[in-house]
Design a protein around this ligand. Structure first.
Ligand code: NAD
Length: 345
């Protein structure tokens, strides 16, 4: 094991303190103190030090748990399945290396779904016998806040499904960019971005105030109670769509060969881009330039293993699933900073 000196220990403690402060400002106060890029840089440095010196991995480290947005104003509810963060890649080669490593680990060719990473707030919708009974924030991943009355104001969320199923549906609640511009211009204290305004709204006490904000949702995971026939993520998306949920059609499906990807996507009855692994880098590049023209904010893409048995085999760390990887864009705040530096030079 590497031996650390006092300066490493001090740096780790200081990073934990700094990141915890930034987490509170971001998740609880909805007024971030630094850009996501700066936050991710500090987080990665902490992770690096902890990997180098495992005895400096403290239980209160932000790398060991999900950043909490729990709010004492709302009742607390335990999630049936923990709601975690995502592991992150910053280049297409890091993402491709993760796919390769994962395939080697399970000794199988995999299908990879790449979705947009919507920059909103995570919500779990719990349905019992087809009825929406609870909507819960991510909270600390294990326990979230019950915000059912507020979430019910979002018209695109079905209150009753066409089958009497019991399941948990995960999605991202967001505020479209144009609606944000209009609302924010009327605010005494404007929010930095649509995510912060959406997060503040979902925790308002009065649901009639929430109803005035045109929040939207995209759902992206479903966990049914009991046995199901689903073998892959594509079938889940297809089923959720048939229940009437809003699925983001801006996604792609990749396998080793493009023809196979096309066939599988067609069989699931889904519209999306189908390609081969060799197309992933250009898909990311194209999507990065498309970002500004979308009607909603995204802060990256999420690559997910399609096969559900492989997901079970890979499992989870305390912080993220091992079957998914986020590809993070540089945050707009960081881009602005870089641009202003460029202009000054
Ligand atoms: P994450 O970046 O690890 O991503 C996980 C979340 O992505 C999920 O909980 C889900 O809500 C969301 N998501 C959106 N689209 C999705 C999709 N298609 N599939 C699956 N999940 C999807 O999020 P996190 O754990 O909340 O936070 C970590 C990130 O938040 C950091 O990397 C940083 O960028 C940002 N952050 C910033 C500050 C700051 O001060 N600026 C502070 C804390 C966190």
């Amino acid at each position: 094991m590497n031996t650390y000196d006092e300066s490493h220990q001090e740096e780790v403690r200081s990073l934990i303190e700094q990141l915890s402060r930034y987490q509170k400002a971001y998740y609880v106060d909805n007024q971030p103190l630094v850009s996501d890029t700066e936050y991710d840089r500090l987080f990665d440095r902490l992770q690096y030090l902890e990997n180098q010196y495992p005895s400096l991995r403290f239980p209160d480290s932000p790398t060991q748990r999900v950043g909490s947005d729990l709010d004492a104003t709302f009742p607390e509810v335990r999630h049936t399945i923990p709601v975690l963060s995502l592991d992150k890649a910053y280049t297409d080669s890091e993402l491709l290396a993760w796919i390769e490593r994962t395939e080697t680990k399970v000794s199988r060719d995999l299908g990879i779904v790449i979705e947009e990473k919507i920059d909103g707030i995570s919500i779990v919708l719990y349905y019992e016998e087809g009825y929406l009974v609870r909507a819960v924030t991510r909270g600390n991943g294990t326990i979230g806040n019950d915000v059912t009355a507020n979430v019910k104001t979002i018209a695109s969320i079905p209150l009753r499904l066409n089958e009497p199923v019991t399941l948990a549906v995960r999605g991202e609640v967001y505020l479209p960019k144009d609606k944000f511009e209009t609302l924010n211009s009327q605010m005494e204290v404007p929010y930095a971005n649509p995510r912060n305004l959406a997060a503040g709204t979902i925790r308002r006490i009065k649901s009639r105030e929430v109803a005035k904000v045109p929040l939207q949702i995209f759902v992206y995971e479903g966990f049914w109670e009991g046995e199901t026939d689903f073998k892959d993520h594509l079938s889940i998306l297809s089923k959720l769509s048939s229940y009437g949920f809003r699925i983001n059609s801006n996604f792609a499906y990749f396998t080793k060969d493009a023809e196979q990807a096309k066939r599988q996507l067609g069989a699931a009855g889904l519209k999306g881009y189908a390609g081969a692994y060799a197309d992933i880098a250009s898909y990311i590049k194209e999507h990065t330039s498309k970002r500004a023209s979308l009607g909603y904010e995204i802060d990256g893409l999420v690559a997910k293993v399609n096969e559900l048995d492989v997901r079970s085999q890979l499992g989870y760390t305390a912080h993220h699933p091992r079957w998914a990887m986020a590809y993070k864009f540089e945050s707009p705040q960081a881009q602005t900073t870089l641009l202003s530096i460029d202009l000054q030079v």
